[in-house]
Design a binder for this molecule. Structure first.
Ligand SMILES: [Zn+2]
Length: 112
């Protein structure tokens, strides 16, 4: 069953909704304030699934070419893989740091 996450643009409320037929776009009402000014969010669950399989598929012993480093989704992958192998929990802060590095926000913060 596809469950989508929505955010209300008016009050900021986030909620998830079971969508039976995604092809039919219906106006989604905010559960908190009844506003129809809502937007669908990328499913966090789906994102983390993709990330997990990416880490699993990553082999640190294989040589990495230029294309590997050009794909900014691979930033932090090596560290995550190593941490997983060693059974280390890098924690939420590490994820955030990687996310910042990927979006370039890390450098902005650094320069402040
Ligand atoms: Zn709302």
């Amino acid at each position: 069953m596809p469950i989508y996450e929505y955010r209300c643009e008016d009050c900021g409320e986030e909620f998830s909704l079971l969508i039976l037929n995604p092809k039919v776009s219906t106006k989604v009402e905010c559960k908190a304030c009844r506003s129809s000014h809502t937007s669908r969010l990328l499913s966090r669950f789906a994102y983390h699934q993709a990330e997990a399989s990416r880490v699993d598929a990553f082999d640190p012993r294989k040589p990495r070419g230029d294309s590997f480093y050009r794909d900014d989704r691979n930033i932090g992958l090596w560290a995550k893989k190593r941490a997983k192998e060693m059974g280390v929990d890098l924690g939420k802060n590490f994820d955030e740091t990687v996310e910042k590095a990927r979006t370039g926000k890390f450098m902005e913060d650094f320069e402040k």
